[in-house]
Design a protein around this ligand. Structure first.
Ligand SMILES: C[S@@+](CC[C@H](N)C(=O)[O-])C[C@H]1O[C@@H](n2cnc3c(N)ncnc32)[C@H](O)[C@@H]1O
Length: 233
């Protein structure tokens, strides 16, 4: 039975039906971004790594003309179904980040790309599609770094790029890259308990210096920064 939930974000009601192989909306990335993105009526929006389609559907409900991509067929199928169920007009396409995106510049780009560092043991034990949905590559920040580098070509001077930096990845490097390359507005900052899979290989994570994970009471926590980025002048 596929998971189902109704999300309430920015006064919009969004019905989502999941798929076991597709990333389920998370408090870390999905809700943190969803609560902070600003879309004006009629703006063109690109959603990179759409997953269940939740942020694309939100953007459409907020008045955006939305184009959404994912590298996984399962995600695109799931997102198409959800868009239809919500009466949201979203165009979908398969793409490795921006590889098949020829339109633009976009007024808004939303990119909740994978940004977890998965340990070799966890990668070994997890289905490939789930790894694709979560693992950022390298120190966990490669997908974000590639996104930040490639997004510029699809932006105009007033375009806004929305991303999160999650400290369960090479977050210091991501922050440095963002500050060097973009005009930066920090929209929000959250701290929260890490996902439960971390405890399956806790020693690996405790010894991994690149990530920012800390003990709070008897739980491990991490931090999330939510950014609105614009091209530098
Ligand atoms: C962290 S999930 C976010 C899903 C959704 N945007 C959300 O906020 O719930 C990342 C998504 O990016 C997709 N993805 C991973 N690598 C990708 C790539 N190279 N190009 C496009 N999408 C990718 C995954 O399949 C997954 O659906």
């Amino acid at each position: 039975m596929n998971k189902k939930e109704t999300f309430h974000i920015q006064n919009q009601e969004i019905h989502i039906q999941g798929d076991p192989l597709v990333f389920w909306p998370s408090p870390h990335g999905t809700k943190a971004l969803g609560g902070n993105i600003r879309i004006n009526e009629g703006e063109s929006v690109l959603d990179i790594g759409t997953g269940t389609g939740i942020l694309a559907i939100l953007a459409a409900k907020l008045g955006g003309k939305v184009f959404a991509v994912d590298i996984l067929d399962e995600a695109l199928e799931c997102a198409r179904r959800n868009a239809e169920m919500n009466g949201a007009d979203v165009a979908f396409s398969k793409s490795d980040l921006f590889s098949t995106v020829s339109d633009g510049p976009f007024d808004v780009i939303i990119a909740n790309v994978p940004q977890e560092l998965l340990s070799p043991k966890i990668i070994d034990e997890t289905e490939a599609e789930i790894v694709t949905g979560m693992h950022g590559g390298g120190d966990g920040s490669e997908a974000l770094r590639r996104t930040l580098a490639k997004a510029k070509a699809h932006m105009a001077p007033n375009s806004r790029l929305y991303v999160v930096v999650y400290s369960m990845s090479g977050w210091r490097g991501s922050l440095e890259y963002i500050v060097k390359n973009y005009k930066v507005a920090l929209l929000d900052f959250y701290s929260g308990a890490v996902k439960s899979f971390i405890y399956d290989d806790l020693e690996y994570y405790k010894n991994e210096d690149t990530i920012g994970m800390y003990l709070k009471g008897d739980e491990y926590w991490a931090d999330i920064f939510v950014f609105e980025l614009m091209l530098k002048d």
